[in-house]
Design a protein around this ligand. Sequence first.
Ligand code: NAD
Ligand code: LMR
Length: 329
Amino acid sequence: MTQAPVNVTVTGAAGQIGYALLFRIASGQLLGQNTPVRLRLLEIPQAVKAAEGTALELEDGAFPLLAGTDIFDDAKQAFEGTNVALLVGARPRSKGMERGDLLEANGGIFKPQGEAINAGAAEDVKVLVVGNPANTNALIAQSHAPDVPADRFTAMTRLDHNRALAQLSKKLGAPVSEIKKLAIWGNHSATQYPSIFHAEVAGKNAAEAVNDQAWIADEFIPTVAKRGAAIIEARGASSAASAASAAIDHVHTWVNGTADGDWTSAGVVSDGSYGVPEGLISSFPVTAKNGKYEIVQGLEIDDFSRQRIDASVQELAEERDAVKKLGLV
Ligand code: NAD
Ligand code: LMR
């Protein structure tokens, strides 16, 4: 192993997703089997002890690629020299909390984290925001990191993408590996629009293969869009292992690229494509090449899709306006 370790910062490291994520990073699944990693864990002071426990377990894993684990309760220190930043820790919505309160509470987390990334992260830093509301938290962090190219800030909709793959695979009895070009549009929320109209299954158009518009509108879309709530209802806690898995997929694809003839979904800064206002962090179909996510261009958007994309983008614009009012962007 001659390569210098890549610094990976994980916030909310003592949480549920953190526990499922860290061991996969240490085992090489994030960046590949030739890339050593140094973990930098950020937690709030009350959770540092729990993070220390996880660090002991990481040591006990004797992972050949793990060069070390450091724990911080200070964002400036945690993001110093970081190459990959996974922003998982967020303030969950508690009883009686309004949407504005949630956005404000998260602003208190993602504003200083954006500033810390701006101040000290490595030149090549890549940021994935997982903590909800992921798109708007990413927007807050990005807007406080003016020296970092905006396209380094992304929000996770890969879990939604994977959920959509799984539902379509079940419906058609086709392996997930044969499904290409699914797309999640908009917000990581119940308004998101999972689309199969450009998707292919074993080379055939997926919507034609399904041949059941009612299933698409009344089953597929709501099942994917409300899956987060269904998991919370069933587990009594939000998805953790599947979210960690999707975070691994998101960064792995970002670094290694998408396969020819396929794409994936990610929340990226809009350049105005498909009528999504410039600057919003919205999910799009994206390809990855040379360490960059690019929005897939030139797709035809029918009326059914247009309405749904617009509704989710409208919600993103409202979230942006709310955090603007709070002085957070
Ligand atoms: P969790 O409550 O188990 O863990 C969150 C951790 O973040 C806690 O340990 C907490 O101490 C820490 N934290 C809080 N504020 C922090 C700060 N300022 N700095 C560092 N750490 C901080 O939650 P979880 O299940 O791990 O989920 C984390 C987030 O991910 C939630 O917001 C959840 O809604 C979100 N989520 C997103 C997706 C997605 O697809 N984008 C999927 C699942 C969950
Ligand atoms: C998910 O999609 O599973 C989560 O974002 C749900 C949540 O609200 O934490």
